[in-house]
Design a protein around this ligand. Structure first.
Ligand SMILES: [Zn+2]
Length: 240
């Protein structure tokens, strides 16, 4: 194999590995989107349950006050019935005052009932609003699931294609290089290779020696002493 071809092969391999890393990122993004959408549905469902509970509690509070009012009114009727049986003026006076006080308390209770019913009316619309939110978040979740399923199929096909390409290109590596390459790729994946950047490693940006640059230009395999990446000559600076 010609010396120039080794750097070319590494360049291709780096491109393929980056492609695979990108595909793997895209594959991981799908389930993340679905997880986010699922959380949104759960939050909307909690909100709906809270809204339903608030309406229920407000209704119970209004019912309780209405029951209190009925009891109070029955008590007033009872006291009014006793007025005729009063034997003394004082007794009559006391009873009249009691009735007046109870009637006043009932009026307050009536106002409170009105407020409680208004509260129920004010809360009621929050339930259909929350239900609509559940429906819309569920729709988004279903759409995300369908999209991710379709994307996953496409991406997996792409991964298979790129992996096959990788294997083909890897066969071009000379045996002595392949071992180094396999070790570094196992460790660092796509970060196992880097283009030469001027006189620095394009991965960690540490300067490399002039000697290493010369060796690279001659098509030899050079690993960055700082990060261990296998270096290659980028296309733009390929010697003519
Ligand atoms: Zn480096």
């Amino acid at each position: 194999m010609s010396v120039a071809l080794v750097t070319e092969t590494l360049r291709s391999l780096h491109r393929i590995h980056r492609q695979l890393a990108d595909l793997s990122d895209q594959l991981a993004a799908g389930p993340r989107t679905v997880a986010v959408r699922t959380k949104q549905v759960e939050a909307a469902e909690t909100k709906k349950a809270t809204a339903q509970d608030d309406v229920k509690k407000a209704k119970v509070a209004a019912d309780q006050k209405q029951l209190q009012l009925k009891t109070a009114e029955a008590k007033i009727r009872d006291l009014e019935g006793k007025l005729n049986a009063c034997k003394t003026n004082r007794e009559y006076q006391t009873l009249t005052e009691q009735i007046a006080a109870d009637t006043m308390a009932s009026k307050v209770l009536e106002d409170e009932i009105l407020e409680a019913l208004e509260r129920v009316d004010a809360l009621k619309p929050t339930v259909p609003a929350a239900e609509a939110e559940v429906a819309s978040t569920k729709k988004l979740l279903d759409e995300a699931k369908a999209r991710v399923a379709a994307e996953t199929g496409r991406l997996e096909g792409e991964v298979a294609r790129v992996r096959a390409e990788l294997e083909t290109v890897e066969r071009d590596l000379p045996d002595d290089v392949r071992e180094k390459y396999a070790r570094i790729v196992k460790q660092k994946g796509a970060d196992g290779m880097a283009p030469l950047d001027g006189q620095s490693c394009g991965g960690c940006f540490q300067q490399i020696t002039g000697n290493m640059v010369s060796e690279l230009m001659l098509g030899k395999i050079v690993a960055c002493r700082s990060c261990g990446r296998l270096l290659y000559v980028p296309e733009s600076s390929r010697p003519a």
